[in-house]
Design a protein around this ligand. Structure first.
Ligand SMILES: *Cc1c(COP(=O)(O)O)cnc(C)c1O
Length: 449
């Protein structure tokens, strides 16, 4: 069988083309049952690898309550749901539309927000919705640069640039990992941005949202807080409360620290923005929005309403303990003088001594220690990121506590500093991981039939 048409992306790097070609050669044939079986085997192998045998330290992921995950497999998501509850275009939606109403109300309750948009496919799309609601192509925004955790969706290659807004960096003070408010005010006066975005993919310390709002008010800009990573802590009443502190808008992913399905949210305090975003969601950019995810989201919000404060507190306690334990192992943990390594569930480690963030992460992955690189305001590492990012949300969900953190620091140090072969450390990682098989901070009630 000629499968050459399947190898169709000549712009991919050679290494990736080799992986694609090998996987096609291994799995594609004319035997459809064989392909079906192989797909099931790959899913099983993936889940065993990531959920059972590896230590998930990647900040941008989580495990979901199985009761929420089950909603993704129901027929609900196959039923399109266009229009407002009470006036759906499709017939037969009188039960489904109330799931949408409940999810929306629970999200607003969780974040004490007057308006929520839940029909958003991802955090990236949530940011696009916000840029479309606040800017015209050609307008300017100020956003965190990559070395302060700024996300591609805020930048030229992502949602902001694809929509046509001009992106300028939010000035920062590297030593404090904080926004430089004086220089932000000067930049805002000079550039007259429509939006100032706050936060990104690495948030070690809360940001001064109140002062940013003051600056935004001087120039007529909106403040967008991107809580893709911090939404889980914010839901638990920790880290900061961006909307109460002055952000007009907050976007987030719902599968990172939030611990829900892979989706997005936009929250706002402003009725006019909420109405614009509502119309961008429908009839703008969504037809069917996957009510299965909406139901999963609602179950995940119930978990956060019940356990969010304890979960958020334990995520932070674990990060603090892991930061200190890694420093005690001699690892170069990024820290701010007088404040320590973190006040969130995130940690960063300097990656230059280990060949760069992705290089080090690929090495650690061979020991089943899963995390990834991140940009830090430090000298660049050629061809790689200069930081390693860790998040404690998943290990917290699996019941680990500060008492367990020295063991994790040791495992990381054995690979990065002790120069032990990662394959040799892997068995110890898996042994350690096997001790934590119960998911915490999720409601386990079975509702009456
Ligand atoms: C992950 C992330 C996003 C994108 O979220 P998705 O739900 O993966 O699309 C947006 N902003 C920041 C800061 C992120 O870290």
């Amino acid at each position: 069988m000629d499968t050459t048409q399947d190898r169709s992306k000549p712009w991919l790097p050679a290494d990736c083309r080799a992986v694609v070609a090998a996987a096609e050669a291994e799995f594609l044939s004319d035997d459809l049952d064989r392909i079906d079986g192989a797909l099931h085997d790959l899913v099983d192998a993936h889940e065993r690898h990531m959920d059972v045998e590896s230590l998930g330290l990647n900040a941008g992921t989580n495990v979901m309550n199985p009761r929420a995950a089950a909603m993704l497999g129901r027929s609900l998501g196959n039923r399109p749901s266009l229009g407002y509850p009470g006036d759906k275009y499709e017939m037969g939606m009188e039960f489904a539309e109330r799931i949408e109403v409940v999810a929306d109300a629970l999200v607003r309750r969780l974040f004490s927000a007057p308006f929520a948009e839940i029909r958003v496919g991802s955090g990236a799309l949530a940011n696009l919705y916000v840029f479309m609601a606040t800017c015209r192509p050609g307008d300017r925004i100020l956003a965190f640069p990559p070395e302060l955790g700024g996300h591609v969706t805020h930048h030229q290659a992502g949602a902001a640039g694809l929509y046509g807004v001009e992106v300028h960096p939010v000035p920062y003070d590297a030593a404090r990992m904080a926004i430089d408010l004086d220089r932000l005010r000067a930049a805002a006066r000079r550039l007259k941005p429509k939006v100032i975005t706050v936060a990104g993919s690495l948030c070690l310390f809360p940001y001064d949202v109140r002062s940013v709002r003051g600056i935004a008010d001087e120039v007529g800009a909106y403040v967008l807080y991107d809580a893709a990573h911090m939404a889980g802590l914010i839901a638990g009443g920790r880290f900061q409360a961006p909307l109460a502190e002055g952000a007009h808008l907050m976007t987030c992913s719902t599968y990172k620290a939030f611990g829900g399905p892979p989706s997005g949210l936009v929250l706002t305090t402003e009725a006019d923005l909420a109405e614009r975003i509502d119309k961008i969601a429908y009839p703008g950019l969504t037809a069917n929005f996957d009510l299965g995810k909406t139901a999963a989201l609602a179950i995940s919000v119930l978990d956060l309403l019940a356990h969010g404060p304890a979960y958020a507190a334990m995520c932070i306690a674990n990060a603090e303990a892991l930061g200190h334990a890694m420093a005690a192992e001699g690892l170069p943990v990024h820290a701010v003088a007088g404040r320590g390594p973190t006040e969130s569930h995130h940690l960063a480690v300097h990656a230059a001594p280990f060949g760069g963030g992705q290089t080090a992460s690929k090495h650690l992955a061979k020991a089943n220690l899963l995390l990834c690189g991140i940009g830090l305001p430090l000298p660049a590492v050629a061809g790689d990121l200069n930081g390693i990012r860790i998040g404690t949300q998943e290990i917290t969900r699996w019941g680990m506590t500060p008492a367990d953190m020295p063991q994790i620091a040791r495992l990381i140090a054995r690979v990065l500093k002790g120069n032990e072969a990662p394959e040799q450390v892997r068995a110890d990682v898996t042994d350690f991981r096997r001790g934590f098989q119960t998911m915490r901070y999720v409601r386990t009630v079975t509702t009456a039939a």
